[in-house]
Design a protein around this ligand. Structure first.
Ligand code: QAP
Ligand code: CO
Length: 180
């Protein structure tokens, strides 16, 4: 299992570099990222979040967790419409907030074998792709909130971290959900 960086860790601000070679090392990292994401459980994880500053991410928005998607060097070719979705993030645990994004996007990327592909995505998948691509540019969803709300998020996470430390590193019995 990989360690996930938590906001406001400055490493989450790193702009990731393009992947140059889709090799075995990258393949292993992708497998580990899926394992980490499914265990969380989450629907998307960008390399930036596990302190790897290369442009790739893993996503699975299916109910059955049987539709893994890999995007290497992703690009958005076209955006259409707008939608608002209540987003969360494995790097901002327990915090949820509405974010406005494009409703439908056309994406080009390499798959896990290094083969180029293009696809249209809409709904939750479109939100997730845009959210994860933001991570590759050093951006976190709380950046779309007002500075006041972002500060609230920072304080709440600091408090949760302190409580975890006081519990002697034992897993917190329950993660509280907080909508900002
Ligand atoms: C990004 O987020 C996303 O707070 C992926 O305590 C989220 O997988 C895209 C998670 C929503 C579109 C819509 C968050 C797990 C997982 C938490 C995630 C938590 C445990 C977030
Ligand atoms: Co995220």
């Amino acid at each position: 299992m990989l360690t996930i960086l938590e906001f406001p860790d400055p490493r989450l601000r790193t702009r990731a570099q393009p992947v140059e070679r889709v090799d075995d090392a990258l393949s292993r990292l992708i497998d580990d990222m899926f394992e980490t994401m499914y265990a969380a459980p989450g629907i998307g994880l960008a390399a930036t979040q596990v302190d790897v500053h290369r442009r790739f991410m893993v996503i699975d928005v299916s109910e059955e967790k049987n539709a893994p998607l890999v995007f290497i060097n992703p690009e958005i070719l076209e955006k259409q419409g707008a939608q608002t979705y209540q987003e969360g993030c494995l790097s901002v645990p327990g915090i949820y907030a509405d974010v406005d994004r494009a409703d439908r996007i056309r994406v080009r990327a390499l798959d896990r074998h290094g083969q180029p592909f293009e696809m249209w995505a809409d709904g939750l998948l479109a939100v997730c792709i845009q959210h994860e691509m933001d991570h590759l540019d050093g951006k976190v969803f709380v950046d779309y909130l007002s500075p006041f709300k972002r500060e609230q998020v920072r304080k709440r996470l600091a408090k949760a971290a302190k409580e975890r430390a006081a519990a002697g590193g034992a897993d917190a019995d329950e993660q509280r959900r907080h909508t900002i």
